[in-house]
Ligand binder design. Structure first.
Ligand code: PHE
Length: 490
């Protein structure tokens, strides 16, 4: 077995017999810290034992130290009474005692039979019972403890009993370590060549070439070391960073949006009809303050109204109902990040556009193991002349592949704002999990803003993906700040 130089020194020192850490350090010619550290390594290798003996100590607290210096309250009281004659306890509080001490002193004077007690109009009258006030076991012990805490076994039990009633004692523990060599340690000692193993390479060794001669201590890969958790980023923060990196590498620019939006941008601009069930209070969180927004882009309002009512000039028939400006003005918490991309398009109508957003969205959903009422979406659009459905599938597959999910499947789906539309699933184990929606924006969405270039769009869930990557059964774990889990989540 390879032992470090310090381990060898300590092992040799222990061969003569068991030692305290200080004695072992001295015998080995080491500092105490070094000796203890070497001894614990010897212990993990089962070459030495460290025995710990715990001693219970008793000492005085601050009040006790004062008593030791000034005398017990009843001692001060009786000395004063002997000098000045009988008095009440409250009188003593003006003299040798504090108010608190005057309150307890009667009991002690009576118990020690140092004074007579007599009721008077001013309270209990105290008269010295004898000239001498003989010491019990408590006063010698008080003096003894004034020198510092001492092992409880070495103290007079009777004195201890008396002092214990006064809240002046302080208990503590002293741990004494004894280092001892084991049978295996002795055997290892016999085998030691006496050669010192080198623990590190120094610049001098490199210069002189001396490292070639010495033998180096080997690393023990079996030794169990304590884990040292360090501060890390929350897994969701790490994923968000990872996703940003991927889209940025793929040539996208990041955009941001607000949590509070108008129904106009969150729904109407996306050709979601005003009687769509997702607009109901059960699904969407509407605000009281502000309750609504004034729509000021009259051109956009007119175009969106036309497309809803008649299809405008897109060739579509629209939804065929009377579009309400009021409904569109309602304030809500955004239900998807698609609101950010349509807003961006309304201001950037010329291709090419490649933008993405990672952001929180809000839905009125019951919280359970796979649903959160607040969650994060990874949204993106590509507007390019050559953009096609095939390209959309390719980009999403590439994104998931880079996230570590090589198996991706797409299924036809429906969204009011895309045609064709598809749902994206990734394979995890032997299950397919639905992770998001995507498609090509319908003309009813792009025409009102004068856009006739194809726009590919998607909105993917982040937390479900995180669940898969972290092997979580319950999505709520991501928001529970469970430190034990966070320390190990990878
Ligand atoms: N907004 C959709 C959702 O929240 C996802 C989606 C985005 C679908 C873009 C199609 C196009 O589920």
């Amino acid at each position: 077995m390879d032992l470090s130089a310090n381990e060898q020194k300590v092992l040799r020192a222990l061969a003569a017999g068991e030692l305290s850490p200080a004695a072992a350090a001295e015998a080995a010619g080491l500092g105490e810290q070094e000796a203890v550290s070497a001894a614990s390594w010897l212990r993990t290798k089962e070459l030495a034992e460290i025995e710990e003996t715990v001693t219970e100590l008793v000492g005085l607290n601050k009040e006790g130290l004062r008593y030791a210096a000034e005398g017990l309250p009843e001692r001060r009281a009786i000395e004063w009474l002997n000098e000045h004659g009988a008095a009440t306890a409250s009188k003593l509080a003006d003299g040798p005692l504090t108010a608190d001490e005057a309150r307890i002193v009667i009991g002690w004077l009576k118990r020690k039979q140092w004074a007579w007690l007599e009721k008077s109009d001013d309270g209990v009258m105290l008269t010295p019972a004898r000239d001498d006030a003989p010491e019990g076991a408590d006063e010698p012990l008080l003096r003894q403890l004034a020198d510092g805490a001492q092992p409880v076994d070495s103290l007079d039990p009777q004195g201890l009993k008396l002092l214990q009633g006064r809240q002046i004692l302080e208990r503590s523990q002293q741990v004494a370590r004894t280092l001892r060599i084991t049978e295996a340690g002795r055997m290892a000692l016999d085998e030691l060549s006496g050669e010192e193993l080198l623990g590190e390479v120094t610049p001098e060794m490199l210069q002189s070439g001396g490292w070639r001669e010495g033998r180096f201590q080997r690393y023990s890969l079996e030794t169990q070391a304590e884990s040292a958790p360090q501060a890390t980023l929350h897994p969701l923060t790490r994923f968000t960073e990872e996703i940003r990196g991927i889209f940025l590498q793929m040539g996208f620019t990041e955009i941001e949006g607000d949590y509070v939006e108008s129904a106009f941008w969150n729904m109407d601009a996306l050709f979601i009809p005003q009687d769509h069930p997702a607009r109901e209070l059960q699904d969407t969180l509407y605000l009281d303050d502000p309750k609504s927004f004034l729509l000021d882009d009259e051109e956009a309002v007119a175009a969106v109204k036309a497309v809803h009512e008649t299809g405008g000039d897109t060739g579509s028939t629209g939804w065929r109902y009377d579009w309400s400006r009021e409904v569109a003005q309602q304030a809500l918490l955004r239900t998807h990040t698609t609101v950010s991309t349509i807003r961006y398009l309304s201001e950037h109508r010329e291709p090419p556009v490649r933008v993405f957003a990672v952001g929180r969205v809000f839905r009125r959903e019951a919280l359970d193991a796979t649903h959160l009422p607040e969650f994060t979406q990874v949204e993106g659009i590509i507007m390019e002349e050559e953009a096609s459905f095939g390209m959309l599938i390719g980009v999403l597959k590439e994104f998931y592949r880079r996230m570590g999910f090589p198996d991706v499947r797409v299924r036809p789906a429906y969204f009011p704002y895309t045609e064709p539309s598809m749902e994206v699933d990734v394979k995890f184990g032997d299950r397919w999990l639905e992770l998001g929606g995507s498609g090509i924006f319908r003309p009813e969405v792009t025409a009102p803003f004068g856009i006739d270039t194809p726009v590919l769009a998607w909105g993917l869930g982040l937390e479900r993906l995180a669940m898969l990557r972290l092997g979580l059964k319950d999505i709520r774990m991501l928001y529970q700040s469970d430190l034990e889990w966070l320390k190990t989540a990878r």
